[in-house]
Design a protein around this ligand. Sequence first.
Ligand SMILES: Nc1ncnc2c1ncn2[C@@H]1O[C@H](COP(=O)(O)OP(=O)(O)OP(=O)(O)O)[C@@H](O)[C@H]1O
Ligand SMILES: [Mg+2]
Length: 253
Amino acid sequence: MTTGPGAPPEAIVRAEGLTKTHHGDRAPVHAVRGVDLTVRRGEFVAVTGPSGAGKSTLLHLVGGLERPDAGRLWIDGERVDGHGEARWAVLRRRSVGIVFQFFNLVSHLTVADNVELPALLAGATPRAARASRAELLAELGLHGRENALPGALSGGEQQRVALARALVNQPALLLADEPAGSLDSKGTRDVLRLLARFHARGQTILMVTHDARMASAADRVISFFDGRVADDAVLGDPAPARPGVSGVLDLKD
Ligand SMILES: Nc1ncnc2c1ncn2[C@@H]1O[C@H](COP(=O)(O)OP(=O)(O)OP(=O)(O)O)[C@@H](O)[C@H]1O
Ligand SMILES: [Mg+2]
């Protein structure tokens, strides 16, 4: 992948001045107000903040589910803010997995088919898609639910199926909006374990969460408030693995 101007080579996400205003029936809502953000390849970043702060909107912009009104965005060095839906679809199939806050499983497909579909669309053989699906569902405690339809699952089960689906193509970047929001503590542990394994393989996670335990599993916690980055903190001892960490801290405003 080529590296565009303004995008450091190690940045998997780079946003400059990202802005989004929602125009509903009420007054315009300035959900994301000029956000600068760099996420390095391999980082595990949690985004926290109050309800309505703009966290989901930010994630939607980074995943191409909503288009910014202003600002620039690079994914893996590729300038993407001008991409249309077709190019975004290719990017999401190849390298960006998304788990939504409100899971969006295909209701008439079984659990197994929901998880295998993105793999098949990306060109995996049916055998490989089945194997990845079986492994992910087992890790998420969903073994035996393969033939169920989403409507027959609990909210927490649906959420784990959505996570399995987002991970089946081993995306370089996972965008996860409250991936354990409906889960009990065992479900949350399963999700955390899977995310940790994903992260240990060098994949990058940008995760919105209200859960302090989820956030503490991350390397870095961004506090989002009123459409802006209010704080950006690297957890633990960042020194050995992250020589360029000062670049992170300049995001504070
Ligand atoms: N499609 C939309 N149309 C109009 N307003 C919207 C739309 N989506 C979000 N908003 C508004 O934008 C603001 C930010 O919403 P967003 O969903 O990004 O917040 P959030 O931080 O994810 O909140 P939560 O923690 O409750 O999920 C809110 O005021 C919300 O009502
Ligand atoms: Mg949200």
